[in-house]
Write a protein that binds this ligand. Sequence first.
Ligand code: PAF
Length: 296
Amino acid sequence: MHRFYKQLSYFITIKMEIVHTIKDLQAALSVLRAQKKEVGLVPTMGALHAGHASLVKRCVAENDVAVVSVFVNPTQFNDKNDLVKYPRTLEADCRLLEECGAAFVFAPSVEEMYPEPDTRQFSYAPLDTVMEGAFRPGHFNGVCQIVSKLFDAVQPDRAYFGEKDFQQLAIIREMVRQMKYPLQIVGCPIVREEDGLALSSRNARLSAGERKNALKISQTLFESRTFAAAHTVAEIQKFVEDVIAAEPGLRLEYFELVDGNTLQKIANLEDTSYAVGCITVFCGEARLIDNIKYKE
Ligand code: PAF
């Protein structure tokens, strides 16, 4: 079907359904599968913004049926305070998802996804031992637990993830490869505010002053890309560290220049054809992540 009519047909004939159990979701999807419909999945933790909307719109455009999960996954929070404070905005999320053309919102309870503790251990070293993996012990194990449960429940043909969580995307690709899930992972570009700040559900926690400070993160990454044309990896590293350190209100957790496939630090830009700078910065209480490609 032509993409325009496919999208249009959602608005005309398909009313978005909100389901809360795996059983109901699978019952609805099995009817569509029998009609040979292709299913796309966008896993989210809600508090949706334009970045999520871009994933959902792409999912709608590339599949017959778009399923969006909204679930704040407790097992990926190493900081329980962060879990408690995580914004929960299901009503507003559903309005946005309907506008984007999603067919199903899957919004399960914690008991539905974890009727018993999930003791599975996912280990994709060295991808999950560096950067976020080093600073947030257990985080990627929790991400893999929930994403694998969602893949099992939905059995999508394609699943969509944002490149802002660059390391997460690499680990999920590896999980899919090792567990031989018959689906395609689609990585989608970072969506930024007009001034460059990467969209994140955590931006909602920034005060006006913090929002101004946070802008320095993306600005520094963009400047570092220009700087990279005539400098070494060590010099780029120092440049980013110095600029962030000089900014009141920001605290650098890490900046690493890595190979985009292995996520291991590189010594020279010439050593790889895919170089990415990944950064995590505290801005007030909010822990913000971003990344930039130097070479692809
Ligand atoms: O990227 C996120 O929002 C979450 O880590 C994900 C993939 C939805 C799993 O809870």
